[in-house]
Design a protein around this ligand. Sequence first.
Ligand code: AMO
Length: 433
Amino acid sequence: MRLKRTHFISQVTEDLEGEIVRLAGWVHEVRDLGGIRFLLLRDREGIIQVTAKAKESPGEVFDVIGKLTRESVIAVEGIVVKSSKAKLGVEIKPLQIEVLNIAESPLPLDPTGRVPAELSTRLDSRFIDLRRPEERAVFIIQHHLLQATRNFFSSKGFIEVVTPRILATATEGGAALFTVNYFGSTAYLAQSPQLYKEQLTGSLEKVFEVGLFFRAEESNTTYHLNEFLSLDVEEAFADEEDVMNLLEEYIVHVFGEVKHRCSDELKVLGRDLKEPMRPFKRVSYDDAVSLLREERVKVNWGDDLSTQALRKLGELFDGPFFIVDWPTHLKPFYIMPREDDPSRSYSFDLMYGWLEIASGGRRIHRKEQLIARLKEQGLNPDSFKHHLKCYDYGMPPHSGWGLGLARLMMIITGRRNIREVVLYPRDRWRLTP
Ligand code: AMO
């Protein structure tokens, strides 16, 4: 590259009038009016007009503009001039143009969004799709959400950890595991960092992890993916109430941070983000069942709540609310049954409207009880022997939760399909790009 960039387009303001700048980016549009050619140059930060006149501009510059296709990559050196007609109040009078890559036409997708496209077509051409301001806004928000997440937990004394993705046993029990050929024997892709984050409370006490996990579910919904970004939190000497309060505080904090740091992006998305009020409502599973029955939604005590039931509850409770005290048999083996009624557990799901965004609870920290629960769930304690050994040597009482970051992104951005808030989503039908 001969012409090194000196400014992003957003930095080219009237103050630079008369100065020479070098810009780099993509050809958004070219208009040829015979003796004058307008080129709209776009970079990550904005769009600026480059105006070349046949009589004034260097001959090769005028010719090159005539040959450019949309989305070609160029660098432009030119003088900043004031212009009452240009949107930014300034435009560029080009002195040199370096063509870095000519784009083929027609394009598989219209990056201006004027020609609408189905989500699957957009995802097939994600490389181009991400050039639309709305799509970029989503991932800039995600960047700030991740930063705010890390800052929040660090400031609360949590240690960020990284646990293995290749495992010898299931972490969540159940099926839904991808297998991996591990030097001739079978290993599995982690469904969550559950057992590791629990073990780490025995040393680091307060831990969190942001990572991709894998579920081989054959679901085909707008809120499940087979590879998903999870925020996991685990805290020693804490009970379910402590970690629910932490979760509430986290949600309110990141809403505030996104609102503060991403006002431009939220505007592009037409979002007016409201920070939820604490405390979030807590509804017991039993009360949820009664409420649903009053609303004539059929539900048997002990059944998981169907999507239809959750949609109804989402209508009854606006914004975030917890469903607590789930029947023990509906929750994984590591969740602690209630002492006063072992058929119920110290567990919770955090709902946002009808969408579950997190779940967690108090964990069992005594070995005999954990073995009994493994057996009750039809799991073989032998497969968990490395995990169980930790309980012989001082496992503290602990609690925690896991939150689907893409689902939180759906709430923040107002996007209805999880695939829109994941750069390269993986579902049953999509393994590329
Ligand atoms: P659970 O299985 O409920 O709990 O998952 C926690 C949260 O992760 C998100 N999530 C998903 N998001 C997208 N696609 C999926 N296939 C998917 N599966 C889960 C959801 C969900 O609420 N170990 C426990 C958490 C804990 O107790 O700490 C667990 O994994 O937002």
